[in-house]
Design a protein around this ligand. Structure first.
Ligand code: ADP
Length: 430
């Protein structure tokens, strides 16, 4: 059944979506956490280096006679750390240079420095060849008596950040693989979940088919009995005769309902027998008009055929007749006294036969248009019941169309009329 396939796909999709959001959140959180821990670790190192360099610089400022030992500045340094000390009038007095490749960029950053003292910032730069460099930098004021100098300390963390980026890509890749596996499992599990529901559904369909089949015989007996009693001349009491008439009409309604139910149940079980043969569609339409004319006349409705010409198609004659009767019967039911109904053969290409049933009756409101083919759906329950309808007509019509691989559509203007259009294949092969 299509409905189970659809539900299974929907369930699997919902499951995959939840997994996707879940994985994305996890990857994001891990990325942020790794970024944060790496940043805080490096920031700590930079602050320590800044404090160390500043201390040494203060020491030399206080003892100007002492000869400068570069190594003292940089006892804890490694090759990726660099620093620059500027006087107040922007004179560079001491430094451990950054690598030649990035130095100009570092000096540009220092030139436009507006970050509070002690705060660590990440700067990114890509050179002409597109190579990306990531540095972390901080600044510190060195104050001694009346001299104020500024120290900038930084570290090239390109390798660390690219490592982090690679780790994130690896996570995304693994997440994607996990998602694929989860989707497959979701699809499989959704299928398993639907098995008992499908079984229950099949049982219920079988029950409807069996029940309606079994009800046919007692109904036929009840009908025959009512007719027998009505034919008995000894029953003269008009009241009794009326009771029998009512009984007969109710049994007839029930017989119709049961045979409609059986038809629907059989089509669900694919147990509907069809006999596809070459038929003249126009002949079928003419027959239906002949059969239905007396009923239309009772309501003073004009039932006509239009554009009739020979139109041979491959189809099940009885079913096409049944389909047309449903459409014409509805048109009569939902068209007030004195209205008009037309069964028209439409122009079409050589592969299709199209006909429509058009009435100028009560019409169907736009919001109900796509529901009329549902089982037991009736726009106006009271009116439908009064007309002998049970809400199954159009769903049966739809089933017949499905068997014939055709199409049925409806257009309507509320209060003005309705047009049902049926499209059938000329050369149906079954
Ligand atoms: P019913 O037995 O109630 O006629 P159907 O399945 O044949 O059931 O039709 C479903 C509903 O669609 C009807 O109850 C009616 O409200 C609406 N309908 C069908 N055909 C027409 C029509 N020609 N004009 C107006 N309403 C219609």
């Amino acid at each position: 059944m299509e409905i189970f396939g659809r539900s299974r796909r929907r369930l699997a999709f919902a499951y995959a979506l939840i997994m996707c959001i879940f994985l994305a959140v996890i990857i994001f959180v891990v990325h942020v956490a790794m970024n944060w821990s790496m940043f805080s670790e490096q920031a700590q190192e930079l602050s320590d280096a800044a404090n160390g360099v500043a201390e040494v610089q203060v020491m030399y400022l206080q003892n100007p006679t002492e000869t400068v030992d570069e190594n003292r500045y940089y006892k804890s340094a490694n090759d990726r750390l660099f620093f620059y000390i500027f006087t107040e009038d922007k004179q560079l007095i001491r430094f451990e240079r950054a690598s030649f490749r990035i130095e100009q960029f570092i000096l540009d950053v220092i030139e436009s420095w507006n970050i509070p003292e002690g705060k660590v910032e990440v700067f990114r730069h890509s050179n002409e060849t597109g190579r990306l460099t990531t540095v972390m930098m901080t600044s510190k004021k060195i104050i001694n008596d009346n001299t104020v100098q500024t120290l900038y300390v930084g570290k090239d963390v390109t390798a660390l950040y690219s490592g982090l980026q690679k780790a994130t890509y690896a996570q995304i890749f693994l997440g994607f693989i996990a998602l694929l596996i989860a989707s497959a499992i979701g699809y499989f599990m959704a299928g398993r979940t639907l098995v008992p529901i499908k079984e229950a559904y099949d049982k219920q369909k079988q029950f409807a088919a069996d029940a309606s089949h079994e009800l046919r015989t007692p109904l036929a007996v009840a009908m025959a009995s009512a007719e027998l009693l009505l034919a008995d001349p000894s029953i003269k009491d008009p009241f009794l005769r009326q009771v029998l008439e009512d009984l007969k009409s109710e049994v007839k309604k029930m017989t119709n309902l049961v045979s409609d139910l059986l038809m629907v149940a059989r089509s669900d079980n694919n147990a509907l027998k069809v006999k596809i043969q070459r038929i003249d569609l126009t002949e079928v339409l003419k027959q239906v008009i002949r059969t239905m004319s007396p009923i239309a006349e009772k309501k003073n409705i004009r039932l006509t055929g239009k554009n009739f010409r020979r139109m041979f198609i491959m189809a099940d004659e009885q079913r096409i007749k049944q389909l047309t009767i449903i459409l014409v019967d509805n048109a009569i039911k939902y068209t007030p006294e004195g209205g008009a109904i037309m069964v028209r053969l439409e122009d079409s290409d050589s592969a299709h036969a199209i006909f429509s049933v058009i009435d100028n009756g009560v019409g169907i409101a736009p919001e109900n248009l796509d529901k009329v083919f549902e089982r037991f759906y009736r726009v106006d329950k009271a009116r439908s019941r009064e007309m002998g309808g049970n809400g199954l007509g159009l769903s049966i019509a739809n089933e017949i169309i499905k068997i014939h691989d055709g199409k049925i559509s409806v257009e309507s203007k509320f209060g003005e009329g309705t047009k049902f259009t049926v499209e059938l294949k000329v050369n149906l092969t079954k």
